[in-house]
Design a protein. Structure first.
Length: 170
């Protein structure tokens, strides 16, 4: 009983403090997702224009969630979750969206984003099932997923000098 409670506390605290989680649905690679911890689950929004993709995360399916340390970036815990899609406009959806709205950075439509989420996106709860995976013995590094994102130009030549100058002032 005590180890279960410690496991639940680890999952909750680590997920609350981490800026990103890595979620993996059945048959698809893990993806980094921004989230909020809301009422005992990690809540994510996506699958709409301008939002993060949520491939493999379907209502009722299982997912594997890996949480990294916010300061060091290393793996803290991997836990299994049950995916629950919140119906748009429901009380649970409104409560989750209120928290998600505060964490969404650079939204193109500002205050209207919640209406867009209701029309075009999915809001999911990743509810912990209580099972955590043991830490791996070796590295689990994988090649990055393909993306259309590119870097337009090289960094300006004067950037290193500007960064060093700031450090000297401190």
């Amino acid at each position: 009983m005590t180890s279960e409670l410690l496991g639940q506390a680890l999952v909750e605290e680590a997920t609350k403090k981490s800026g990103l989680i890595w979620a993996k649905g059945p048959g698809v690679p893990a993806r980094a997702l921004w989230h909020v911890w809301h009422e005992g689950a990690a809540c994510v929004v996506g699958d709409g224009p301008g939002e993060q993709p949520l491939p493999g995360l379907a209502h009722g399916a299982a997912a594997e969630v890996t949480v990294r340390s916010k300061d060091k970036g290393g793996r803290l815990v991997t836990w299994t979750a049950r995916v629950v899609e919140l119906p748009a406009g429901s009380e649970a959806w409104r409560a989750a969206v209120a928290d998600l709205k505060g964490k969404r950075l650079n939204a193109p439509d500002g205050e209207a984003m919640t209406d867009r989420w209701a029309r075009e996106c999915r809001v999911l709860r990743l509810e912990p099932t209580g099972a955590t995976a043991p830490l791996p013995d070796g590295a689990l590094a994988e090649a990055p997923l393909p993306t259309p994102a590119t870097t337009r130009d090289a960094a300006p030549a004067g950037l290193p000098r500007l960064l060093l100058k700031r450090r000297r002032r401190r």
